[in-house]
Design a protein around this ligand. Structure first.
Ligand code: SF4
Length: 427
């Protein structure tokens, strides 16, 4: 019996890809091992979204190759295998490379020892990634963007959407295995179905809630402003569905139109603001998360201040701040770079603004009663719940065993800039 050990880095899409690879090799007679020492094959599902991530990956691959390269097969999968094959081969010359498009061929490449980097993803086969009561279901790979800073595009390539029937089956499977929160994930859920022709994201969500019975909540994963804008009326309608979290994650990246142009983002700040206002007009208490890149080439003080002002103006519940890092083979890599110390000080300044906005929003919940779904245990061991608008709630009087997946009422007694704390009052 051949034992396969998996190590996964990066986003929900990568975690779901690992789940798919695990189930496929099991169907082919392999067994999953949780212990690297006993394994015959090591699969590292890599991420290379930022320079610091790439360096961490290379350190890990170099260590694994030195330690196990002679005794075990090492498969390097994920975005780094597709976007930087030569960089991987430099630290692990004998590793087998498997691009995200070829994850369904893992068993074959283990047998043959040959790289699989070309070709398109087989979208007829899908498995959910289930971690306790939370699941991730990929709905598509790739995107229709070509953002100047992004290496993921080179790894995940063109848009490939799974058909609704395949996704519905994966959601059913996740619900049957106890998931109460299901994230529909992709690089850009807003572009879902553009390659299928007759179905888009709201149609998919409607089909899932109609065809999959059970107690669960859907979370719509990250969507780009330009692709969600054309769907906004239907997106509003499905976000008002009782089984859909009132939550959206729409990356702004910058609030300066000149920088958005340099980034090759397909919207202006006005377009973005209008989307936020429309969602807030039509969905009570919606939680809006965003991403911002600090220090992208071309960003001067004025451009940065526009982004800082936008955080306050649009009152985001959550902001992922990333300091721009050079990614190979991208347009931005060839541009004049913003000095590191400037990026750092802007990132610190923006984090302060994000915290101030976050705490002022979350303080509005103090002493309120919130309906929560108990979803998971945090890394610190606290029992966590989610409100209908996806606010994380630390449940101070609940022990995990009996409550995961159940719905309760919590009285909110404290707030931080990123979560709420409360007591369950109906235990
Ligand atoms: S939309 Fe842009 S940032 Fe997102 S994956 Fe595609 S190219 Fe990268």
């Amino acid at each position: 019996m051949v034992l396969v050990y998996f190590e996964t880095y990066g986003c929900a899409l990568n975690r779901a890809d690992t789940a798919l690879m695990m189930s496929l090799v099991c169907e082919k007679g392999y067994r999953i091992s949780r212990h690297i020492e006993e394994a015959d094959v090591i699969v590292v599902n890599t991420c290379t979204v930022r320079l610091d991530t790439e360096l961490r990956m290379l350190r890990r691959l170099s260590y694994l190759y030195k330690r196990f390269g002679n005794s075990k097969k090492i498969v390097v999968a994920g975005c780094m295998a597709a976007a930087q094959p030569y960089t991987v081969k430099r630290v692990a010359p004998g590793a087998i490379l498997l691009s995200p498009q070829n994850i369904t061929k893992l068993a074959e490449v283990i047998e043959s020892g040959t790289d699989a980097l070309l070709g398109e993803r087989d979208v007829s086969y899908l498995r959910p990634y289930v971690d306790g009561a939370i699941a991730a279901v990929p709905i598509a790979e790739g995107c229709i963007g070509d953002c100047s800073f992004c290496l993921t595009k080179l790894a995940r390539r063109r848009l490939r959407s799974y058909k609704p029937g395949v996704i519905v089956k994966a959601v059913e499977e996740a619900v049957k295995s106890g998931a109460v929160e299901i994230e529909l994930t992709a690089q850009d859920t807003g572009s879902y179905g553009l390659d299928l022709g007759d179905v888009r994201l709201p149609d998919l969500v409607r089909e899932i809630v109609e065809r999959v019975p059970g107690k669960y909540m859907l979370r719509i994963g990250m969507a780009n402003p330009d692709t969600i804008a054309e769907l906004i009326d239907d997106v509003v309608e499905v976000l008002n569905e009782p089984r859909v979290y009132k939550y959206v994650h729409i990356p702004l990246q910058s609030a300066d139109d000149r920088i958005l142009k340099i980034m090759r983002r397909k919207y202006t700040y006005d377009d973005f603001r209008e989307i936020v206002r429309e969602l807030r007009r039509k969905i009570l208490g919606i939680t809006i998360a965003t991403d911002v890149i600090v220090g992208h080439p071309g960003e001067d003080e004025d451009a940065f201040q526009r982004t800082a002002t936008a955080i306050v103006e649009l009152q985001f519940d959550k902001v992922h701040i990333a300091q721009y890092t050079i990614r190979p083979r991208t347009l931005s890599a060839a541009m004049d770079q913003v000095p590191e110390h400037v990026k750092k000080s802007r990132s610190i300044a923006l984090s302060k603004i994000v915290e101030e906005v976050g705490i002022s929003i979350n303080r509005e919940y103090l002493n309120s009663m919130a309906n929560v779904i108990v979803t998971h245990k945090s890394i610190r061991g606290s029992t966590m719940g989610r409100t209908i608008n996806y606010k994380p709630v630390v449940l101070l009087n609940s022990n995990t065993g009996e409550t995961i997946g159940s719905e309760h009422i919590a009285r909110v007694i404290a707030a931080t800039f990123y979560d709420l704390r409360g007591y369950l009052v109906d235990l």
